[in-house]
Each structure stands twice: as structure tokens, then as C-alpha cells.
Design a protein around this ligand. Sequence first.
Ligand code: ADP
Ligand code: NI
Length: 206
Amino acid sequence: MKEKEVIHEIEKYITKKFAFDTTGHNAEHMYRVAKMVKFLAIHEESDHFVCEISGWVHDLIDEKLTDNPEREKQQMLQLLQKLQLSQQQIVAIFEAIITVSFRKQKTPTTKVGQIVQDADRLDALGAIGIARAFSYGGSKHRPIYKGEERTDDQSTVQHFYDKLLQLKEQMHTTTAKKIANDRHEFLHTFLEQFKREWYFLDEGNF
Ligand code: ADP
Ligand code: NI
């Protein structure tokens, strides 16, 4: 089977699996991560075929997204075998995706794993990262912001300080670090403007 056909089959499988997700892990997230992973793999001289597949499937066996990770693992294994991937490729893919979640704070042991984790984290930064954060917060009925003076803050803006602004320092590859710097700056720009509007700081300028 040609590499392109394999990727196409995996894309179809994932698009069907994540069609109804509302937690920021829909098929478009898988698509963006797969494309970013491929880009990073080329720049980092890693196996872009194995990387791209790992990007597509990276959230498939996450405990928070499925009530039966073991079943998902078995189904994924069957698919990869049906698509005639080698045992070595299959092992590399499983190794990579087991460590991907930034919530679990695991450190990938392979280059493919590092690339997939970088790409997943990049999708939580920049304009798309901001959109995903507010979408996630909305799905949990969280306020957008409560004001700086509030304690025990469960707002989405607080999530920027708790998680998103730390991600830049946690990138593994040089290419992802550069992209993360850019997207990190954009978060700061957004937060500055957000606070100016929240506290009416620009009133005198108009
Ligand atoms: P992972 O990507 O490892 O599955 P998460 O489920 O924590 O990790 O994050 C998925 C997306 O949801 C990210 O874009 C993240 O910023 C967002 N998100 C997670 N927790 C929160 C939160 N408490 N408030 C706002 N957004 C969140
Ligand atoms: Ni993800």
C-alpha cells in the first residue's frame, strides 16, 4: 500500500471517531496536529510517515476521551496491521502516543513522541489555542475571567497562567520552540488587550 493511501485510510477512521467531540479534541484538532507533526518531522529529519500517523491517532487512547482505552488500542492495532505497517512502525506509533498528553506531564522517550507532544502543545497556543481554551471553558460553564483580585479562580483566563504560558518552555524540538515563541507572544498580546478592555484602561484615548 502506498503511504498516501495509508494516511488517507487513517484520516477516514479518525474523522469518524472524533465527529462528535465537544471538548476541543475534534477531528480538526487531529488534522492540525497531523499536519504540524509532518512539518516538524521534515524539519527535524525524523520519519515523517510514522510521525504523521502518530499525529492523527495521538488522542485515540486517551482515558479522558474514551471509556475503553483497551478496546481503542486493539481496534487501532487491527487497523495498522490491515494497512500493512511493520511491527517496528506500530511499536513506534504506540510509544509516541502513550506520552502525549500535557495534562499527564509525561516525557516522551522517543523523537517521534517528542514531535507529537510538541505539535499537540502548539495547538493549545496562538489564536487557535485561545479559541480552543474558551470553547473548552464554555463547555464546562466556566467564566471567561473573574478579575485579578479574585482567588480560587476557575476562569479560562486563569488557565492561560496555569498552563498555556508555561508550554513554550516545555517544547522539545528546535523547530517547535521557534513556533511556540511566536504563539506565546500572541497570548500576551491577547491578554494585554483583554485586560485593557476589562478595566476600561483605554477610555481616555477615544
Ligand atoms: P490534551 O491536549 O493533552 O488532551 P487538555 O484536554 O488539557 O490536554 O487540553 C485540550 C484543550 O483544552 C487545550 O486547548 C487546552 O488549553 C484546553 N483546556 C484544558 N483545560 C482547560 C481549562 N481548565 N480551561 C480552558 N481550557 C482548557
Ligand atoms: Ni491532542
